[in-house]
Design a protein around this ligand. Structure first.
Ligand code: FAD
Length: 461
């Protein structure tokens, strides 16, 4: 099959590196404005499942490796690979819902926001991504650290089945009844997956009767004391409470009081997902007992935050059209130690748009993870993002982020494949999985993609 034939066979658009609009298209494949230089040879923007299989067969026949794009939210632009055929699933966004059975069938590129809206209209919910634009495609494949993670679990645990185009260009279904090892891999293999998911079947949840959030801002100097206290009560917080300590630019109301800390403040944000507002408020009440609360610079308590509102709030901390570097680590270290190290780094941050999150995500049920490639977890997930706008500031922000990641590394027990910079350190890919799951992934890759048609983690080029 040649390119002409490919164009006639696939429903969708085929663009090659010779086409005049190629560079614009290439850059649009990645949400982060820090777009990698890597250049696929052909980009196929598929309009249906059949086109995916055709494109895979074309690549195989023509000796090209295949890269996949869901919605382009990988921080390091995984989907852009040199000399590859890139299959872009961005046009596949349909959702079909059976509210009685609490089952949804979703195409890969549906965003967290669109999926949530569709569910909310039926009184249902799902642990969608924290930011509205995050597509379900790679989010579920990575494991998915979504809203109400401690109660609803990693999002991939709610994947009941998937339709997959394999390396031979065939379509298979993976479920609890057939191709169970593929289903295991879909639940968390991330960019190490050796096929293309064209559709997910997921179990959804009754929507909580009330979702409320309390946020307390403190001086940055107090971040380790605040961390210490939250760490001491973390076990008492109900599983339906998602608690995060963050470092971010101080909001306007308290900006004057944070000038001495490079414009940064720290904060505690806790969101309760409960049957009603009263129950939610009682889950968050403990935050008022913080012995440091008298030093709180600003607080917003028991604010109603349906997931739609949480999405709006979160998108403020990751605005589009910015340049980002992001690294995660799972840690079991005392929060005070990790946050003290972060504080020193933020005092020198070149951009006040950079953020650090320290999310208390313990209590994921180990039995639940038994059927998932997603296998790394700890007491807390730390996420450090450098964010800036101007290309001229790249060098300073790159150096700061790299030094900050190095400073925190001693506290890491592992990383999260969805938000780890495995280009900066290829060894991190393996540390995103437990040993057994990592080995099983390599074995399954050998079984389902023996010729290495699909790109994988960068270390396995
Ligand atoms: C602003 C922002 C907020 C985020 N928030 C969260 C969050 O709250 N929780 C969280 O867990 N993650 C979060 N992430 C990370 C996000 O989950 C990953 O970046 C994820 O890869 C996004 O999915 P995507 O389809 O856009 O990936 P893409 O960038 O399109 O793809 C990345 C790689 O994933 C693989 N892939 C994707 N889809 C498929 C498919 N259908 N079949 C086979 N392989 C596929 C391919 O290897 C592909 O190259 C966030 C990212 C951003 C930018």
């Amino acid at each position: 099959m040649d390119l002409k034939e490919l164009r006639s066979r696939v429903t969708g658009a085929v663009t090659t590196s010779e086409d005049s609009h190629y560079e614009r298209l290439r850059r649009s494949m990645v949400w982060n404005r820090l777009v990698p230089q890597r250049r696929p040879h052909v980009v196929v923007q598929v309009a249906n499942e059949n086109a995916i299989a055709e494109a895979v067969r074309f690549a195989r026949t023509n000796g090209m490796k295949v890269a996949v794009r869901g919605g382009g939210h990988s921080w390091i632009g995984y989907s852009l690979r040199d000399d590859s055929l890139l299959i872009d699933l961005g046009r596949l966004k349909s959702v079909s819902l059976d509210p009685q059975a609490r089952i949804a069938i979703i195409q890969p590129a549906v965003t967290s926001q669109d999926f949530n809206r569709r569910l909310a209209a039926e009184g249902l919910a799902f642990p969608v991504g924290h930011c509205p634009t995050v597509p379900m495609s790679g989010f579920l494949l990575n494991g998915g650290i979504g809203w109400n993670y401690r109660a609803w679990g990693p999002s991939c645990c709610s994947v009941e089945a998937a339709r997959i185009v394999t390396a031979d260009g065939n379509l298979v279904v993976a479920s609890e009844k057939e191709n169970t090892d593929l289903l295991w891999a879909v639940r968390g293999a991330g960019p190490g997956f050796f096929g293309i998911v064209t559709e997910y079947t997921v179990r959804v949840f009754p929507a909580p009767g009330a979702i409320i959030t309390s946020t307390y801002y403190y001086p940055l100097a107090m971040v380790s004391e605040v961390g210490d206290w939250i760490g001491s009560i973390a076990q008492e917080l109900a599983n339906q409470v998602e608690t995060t300590i963050f470092i971010s630019a101080a909001p306007a109301e308290i900006a004057d009081r944070c000038r001495g800390s490079n414009g940064f403040a720290c904060g505690v944000s806790a969101t309760a997902f409960a049957e009603n507002a009263e129950a939610a408020a009682s889950m968050l009440k403990v935050l008022e007992n913080c012995p440091l609360v008298a030093d709180c610079l600003r607080r917003v308590v028991n604010f109603p935050t349906p997931i739609e509102t949480l999405h709006r709030m979160n998108s403020l901390s990751t605005p589009p059209e910015h340049r980002y570097l992001t690294e995660t680590m799972w840690t079991n270290s005392p929060p005070a130690n990790v946050l003290a190290a972060s504080r020193e780094r933020f005092l020198e941050a070149p951009s006040t748009k950079s953020t650090q999150l320290f999310a208390f995500l313990a209590s994921v049920n180990a039995a639940e993870l038994a059927d998932c490639a997603y296998s790394m977890s700890g007491d807390a997930l730390s996420i450090c993002s450098a964010a800036w706008e101007r290309p001229g500031d790249d060098a300073a922000n790159r150096a700061w982020h790299s030094d900050t990641t190095a400073a925190l590394d001693e506290y890491a027990i592992g990383h999260y494949i969805g938000e780890s910079d495995i280009l900066a350190d290829p060894g991190r890919a393996e540390r995103c999985f437990d040993k057994e799951s990592w080995q099983r992934l390599q074995i399954l890759r050998g079984k389902y993609d023996p010729d290495g048609l699909f790109h994988s983690f960068f270390s396995q080029h």
